[in-house]
Each structure stands twice: as structure tokens, then as C-alpha cells.
Design a protein around this ligand. Sequence first.
Ligand SMILES: Cc1cc2nc3c(=O)[nH]c(=O)nc-3n(C[C@H](O)[C@H](O)[C@H](O)COP(=O)(O)O)c2cc1C
Ligand SMILES: Nc1ncnc2c1ncn2[C@@H]1O[C@H](COP(=O)(O)OP(=O)(O)OP(=O)(O)O)[C@@H](O)[C@H]1O
Length: 298
Amino acid sequence: MKTFIAPGQRPDTETVVAIGSFDGIHLGHQALIAQLKAKAREHRVPSVVYTFDPPTRVLTQGVEFLSTLPEKLELLARYGVDETVAVPFTAEFAARPKEAFLDDLRLLRPRTVVVGEDFHFGRGRAGSAADLAEVAPEVVVVPIHGLGGEDIKSTRIREYLKTGDVEGARRLLGRHYDAQGVVIHGDQLGRTIGWPTANISVPDGKALPMGVFAVVAIGDHGRWHGMANVGFRPTVNGTTRRFEVHLFDYEGDLYGQELHIKFFAHLRGEQKFSGLDALKAQLQQDAANARAALVGVK
Ligand SMILES: Cc1cc2nc3c(=O)[nH]c(=O)nc-3n(C[C@H](O)[C@H](O)[C@H](O)COP(=O)(O)O)c2cc1C
Ligand SMILES: Nc1ncnc2c1ncn2[C@@H]1O[C@H](COP(=O)(O)OP(=O)(O)OP(=O)(O)O)[C@@H](O)[C@H]1O
């Protein structure tokens, strides 16, 4: 997949374009992308996703993002998009009138524009699907896909993660929620209590589910089952959010390695224990629960 950071950068050919934040590439986005690809095949032109980095709500509402830009690009490539134009979403960009956005869109020479029915653009969200007819002979407005009575929205997935509900997130994403990061040094207390943990550093602003989880960790040298804690470690009076993973049946040094963590079952919320002995006993139980939750998982 080719990637650009401005519409004027791509080759001067006709396209079919889908527009939006596409944070997480959930099932609704995937349905939209399927329509985008069908239209691109019909017109024999490249399929282009025109997206914003960071996702608009990260700037306008201060929310955390589900996908970093590299994660989003990898997913778009995996779902078969030909090109992505990922424009930097700044306060200036958000303040431009809808006409300026339409002028940029014209540079992509869209044969067809595909958007969800709730798509808005330009200052004050003044532009809607109806305005897109000014720049493209065909506008496809996709109804909002839902699942079991709830709309599939990035916002809903963020809410699920806040309560540790990775199963709810998985349902709307159509895959397990995941995070990538480098293993950094922690306080090294974990090894003294018999449960060495890899502290994972994820980019600032990456949404993580809160609590204790069964996970699958994928590194350069292997793939492991494990358990993770995302929290503040109240038992040791921690003050900052940490993301720690214990890998089952692994002994060795992971510092500096990149790990890709997939969140499976939510085992419990984080608790403040009376001391390290009580925490140790709970970790024993967590390990048994995590192993049981991962039976049959590759
Ligand atoms: C699966 C798992 C669950 C955990 N649950 C809790 C918890 O409920 N409460 C808590 O204070 N710390 C919890 N911890 C964090 C431990 O306090 C932490 O691993 C320990 O403080 C050592 O951290 P360090 O290796 O960075 O020094 C958990 C850690 C893991 C791996
Ligand atoms: N469930 C859905 N079904 C169909 N189209 C969708 C769905 N969700 C989003 N879209 C469309 O996909 C494009 C990208 O959506 P975008 O990421 O901007 O918003 P979103 O997923 O609705 O998230 P948010 O919760 O931030 O509103 C937009 O054109 C949007 O209208």
C-alpha cells in the first residue's frame, strides 16, 4: 500500500475515496472498505483512504487512540486498500471551512466518494455527505453498521477498554484488541516476588484496557501465552500507569525487544492487596485462570 501525507502528493489519476478517522478499523470501517474496494474495481481506479492523524476526536476531545498511525496503515494494507493519504490533523486543519476541505478532496480526482451516513467535515462539522456531490459524480453513503442493537463506533470501543471489557472491544473490532511496544526496565520487584514481568512502553495516548488479562505475546523470537496487568499497582503505591506482562514458560531477557500483545480474557480489576504475599497468592490464581482462558489459542 502506498502512503502519502497530502492529497497533492499522489499521482494525477482518478480514484475512489473513503474518508474518516478510521481509528481501530472496526467492523463498520471494514464494511465501508469493502464498498470502497468494490467501487474501485468497478471503475478500475485505485482505492484510497483519506484519513486524519491523529484521529479527529483525539485532538477535539482529548480521547486516547486505538491505533497508532503505523498500526492503522498496517491494518488498511491488510484489508486490501491501495493507497492511504494520512493528513496531519491539527487545530488549524480542524478550523478550515468545509470548502477548503472540498478543494483538497478534488486533488484526489474522486470518481466516487464513500462515507458513513454520520460523516461530517470542516469547521463546526458544517460539511456532510450532500456537499461531497460538488467534487465527485458519485457519492455512496453507507448506513451505520450495528451489532446486536449497538452502533459500531470507535467511541464505543474506547468505552469498553476503560472498563477492561476486551470481549466487547473484540466484538466490534472483529479481532482482538492489541498493543505494541518495547520492553523497558521496571522497578524489578516482580522477579523478587517470583513473577518476573516485562514492562511495555507504548506510545503516549495509546488506549489500553484497564485490569488484569490473559494475553498472547508475539516477539521476534517466539509467541507466548501470558498474563498482563494495566494499572497503577496500588499495592506498591504506584502513581503512574504501567503495562506489565508475565510470559508463561519463558526464561530470558526481553529488554529492548518489541512485543506485540493481544488481549484475550479480562480476569479481574486491579486491586490493592495488604502486602506482597497476598498479591503473590492472587497472581498464582490469575496464572491458572489465564492458562485456562487460553486453552486452544495458538
Ligand atoms: C497479572 C498481573 C496482575 C497484577 N495485579 C496487580 C494488582 O491487582 N494490584 C497491584 O497492586 N499490582 C498488581 N500487579 C503488579 C505488581 O504489583 C507488579 O508486577 C509488581 O509491583 C512488580 O513490578 P515491577 O517489576 O515493575 O517492579 C500485577 C501484575 C501482574 C503481572
Ligand atoms: N459502523 C459504521 N458503519 C458504516 N460506516 C461507518 C461506521 N462507523 C464509521 N463509519 C464511517 O467510516 C468512516 C470513518 O469513520 P470514523 O472513524 O471517522 O468514525 P467512527 O468509527 O464513527 O468513530 P467515532 O466514534 O469517533 O465517531 C466515516 O465515513 C464514517 O461515517
